[in-house]
Design a protein around this ligand. Structure first.
Ligand code: FRU
Length: 462
C-alpha cells in the first residue's frame, strides 16, 4: 500500500483556497451542481507532491466558500496510466464524469502515449463506477496523440462535448461532438483551430464553450504561443475567443486574449450555476511555477471562483458574491494618505479606489513581508498596469482601457494574491511565498476609498 502524502509544514498553506490535504493538484476538472452541492473535481496525485499517475480529487460545497474534501472519485485502473482532465454533467438523476484515459505505449518514455474519452457515474455524488463500455470515444484518423480534456454540457436532449486536440497539421484545435446518451458520440465540427503555431499554439488543452451575454465564448489553454509585447509571457497561457458559431458549427471569432495576466493561472473550468451565473475557476499555478510548497508535502490550489460577464467586447471577472461571507472584520475603512503603510492579515480582502490617475505613472502600492514583494504600478504613457513580484521574470503587464479612476480589488492569502483591476476588466493571479507579517505600503498616490477585511483562514475541511 502506498502512503498518502502528508503536509509537513503549514507555512504556505492557504486559508480560503481549495487545496489537497497533501499531495499534488493541477487542473480543476468537473464543476457541477448536483443534489444541493457544488462539486469540484481536480487532477490529483495523493502519493507525492509531484505530478504522477492522475486521479480525480473531489470536494463539495454548499456556498462556494467552505469545501469538504471527499474520497478520491477516480483512480487509474489496469487499462489506464492516468485519468486526465475532463468535466461532469448531471443526467438521469446521476452525476457523470467524462474524463480522458491516458495510455502510455512505452513505459520508458512519457511522450509515447495515446488518449481516449471515458465516463463514470454516481448516484450519491460520492462513489463513482466506471462504465464497462469505456472508452466511449477514440481519436479520429486526422488526429495526433493529443486528444484530451472533454467539456460536456446539455442543450435540450442533446449532449455536446468540446475537446482539446491536435490535428495532423500539428496545430491546436477544438473538436465539437454530440451524443444522446453520453455513450455514443458523433463528430459535429472542428469548432475552431489555430491559424499558426507561434500565435495560436500546437495544442489546445482544457477547452470550454458556452454562450454568455450574446456571444459564444471559447476558452482554452493553448501550448506553444510566443510572447507578443506584454502578452503570452508564461510557458503556457489560458485564453478566450469571443465570436459567433455559424451554421456549419464553426466559430467565427476575434483575436486570442489572455484571460488572466499573472504568472499562476492555467486550465479553466466553468459551470452554469442554478441561478444562471457562469462561474469559472482555474489551477492557481502553471507548469513552470516554482511551487515551493512541494517541500512541505503538497502542491497546487484552485483560484477563488469568479463570475464571468462580457462588457465592451471583453471578458470580465468578478469574485463570486458568496466570498463576502468570509469577512471576519474590517481592518480599515476610509482613505489612505500617500506613502502610508498598514499591516495586513495573511488572509485579507482589499478594495481600493484611486481617483484621477489617468496621467499618473509610478507605483500605487506594494504588499510584502520585508522579503518577498508584490508591487502594482501604472504607466500612463503606455496605458498599462504593471504587476511585479520579486522573482526571476517577475514582471507582468497589461494595457487597460482609458480610465480616470482606478479600482483594485485584491484577495490576499498566505501564499497567493488575486488582483482584479477596474471591476475585473483585467486580473493578475500570483503565488507569493510570503512568510513573515504582511504590510501594504502606498506609493505617491492617495487612496480615496479603502476597505480592508480580515478573512476566514480555514475554509477547507478534510
Ligand atoms: C493541463 C493538462 C491536461 C491534462 C492534465 C494532466 O494542465 O496537461 O491537458 O489532462 O493536465 O494532469
Amino acid at each position: 500500500m502506498q502512503e498518502v502524502m502528508k503536509v509537513t509544514d503549514q507555512r504556505y498553506r492557504l486559508g480560503y483556497h481549495l487545496m489537497t490535504k497533501g499531495g499534488w493538484m493541477n487542473d480543476s476538472n468537473g464543476f457541477p451542481w448536483f443534489k444541493g452541492y457544488y462539486h469540484m473535481f481536480y487532477q490529483y496525485y495523493p502519493y507525492a507532491a509531484e505530478w504522477g499517475p492522475m486521479h480525480w480529487g473531489h470536494a463539495r460545497s454548499k456556498d462556494l466558500v467552505h469545501w469538504e474534501t471527499l474520497p478520491v472519485a477516480l483512480a487509474p485502473d489496469e487499462h489506464e496510466d492516468g485519468c486526465f482532465s475532463g468535466s461532469a454533467v448531471v443526467y438521469d438523476d446521476k452525476l457523470w464524469l467524462i474524463y480522458t484515459g491516458h495510455h502510455l505505449t512505452n513505459p520508458e518514455d512519457s511522450e509515447e502515449f495515446y488518449q481516449d474519452q471515458n465516463i463514470a457515474w454516481s448516484e450519491d455524488g460520492i462513489h463513482f463506477t466506471k462504465y464497462e463500455g469505456n472508452p466511449v470515444l477514440r481519436a479520429p484518423a486526422d488526429n495526433t496523440k493529443h486528444f484530451r480534456n472533454p467539456k460536456v454540457w446539455q442543450e435540450g436532449d442533446i449532449f455536446y462535448m468540446v475537446l482539446g486536440s491536435q490535428g495532423s497539421d500539428e496545430l491546436g484545435r477544438a473538436l465539437l461532438y454530440e451524443s444522446n446518451d453520453l455513450k455514443k458520440w458523433q463528430l459535429v465540427s472542428v469548432l475552431d483551430k489555430a491559424m499558426n503555431l507561434k500565435d495560436e499554439g500546437y495544442m489546445w488543452e482544457c477547452p470550454d464553450f458556452f454562450h454568455l451575454d450574446g456571444q459564444d465564448v471559447l476558452l482554452m489553454s493553448p501550448r506553444g504561443l510566443e510572447p507578443q509585447g506584454d502578452c503570452f509571457h508564461n510557458l503556457n497561457q489560458t485564453c478566450y475567443l469571443l465570436g459567433q458559431q455559424d451554421e456549419e458549427n464553426y466559430l467565427v471569432r476575434q483575436e486570442f486574449t489572455e484571460i488572466d495576466r499573472g504568472h499562476d493561472f492555467y486550465a479553466t473550468q466553468t459551470m452554469l450555476a442554478p441561478d444562471g451565473r457562469r462561474i469559472m475557476t482555474a489551477w492557481m499555478n502553471a507548469w513552470d511555477s516554482p511551487m515551493y510548497e512541494k517541500e512541505d508535502g503538497w502542491a497546487g490550489a484552485l483560484t477563488i471562483p469568479r463570475e464571468l460577464r462580457i462588457e465592451k467586447g471583453r471578458l470580465y471577472q468578478k469574485p463570486v458574491s458568496e466570498l463576502s461571507s468570509m469577512r471576519l472584520h474590517r481592518v480599515l475603512d476610509g482613505g489612505l494618505v500617500p506613502e502610508s503603510s498598514i499591516s495586513l492579515p495573511a488572509a485579507s480582502e482589499i478594495k481600493l479606489l484611486f481617483k484621477d490617475c489617468g496621467d499618473f505613472s509610478g507605483r500605487l502600492l506594494k504588499i510584502g513581508d520585508g522579503g518577498q514583494e508584490l508591487s502594482i504600478s501604472l504607466d500612463a504613457e503606455g496605458s498599462r498596469i504593471l504587476v511585479e513580484r520579486t522573482t526571476k521574470d517577475g514582471l507582468r503587464a497589461a494595457k487597460i482601457m482609458p480610465y480616470k479612476d482606478l479600482d483594485l480589488h485584491i484577495f490576499v492569502d498566505r501564499s497567493s494574491a488575486e488582483i482584479f483591476v477596474n471591476r475585473g476588466e483585467i486580473t493578475f493571479t500570483e503565488r507569493m511565498y510570503w512568510q513573515g507579517k504582511l504590510e501594504l505600503s502606498l506609493g505617491e498616490k492617495a487612496v480615496r476609498e479603502a476597505c480592508i477585511y480580515a478573512l476566514e483562514k480555514e475554509t477547507n475541511q478534510y
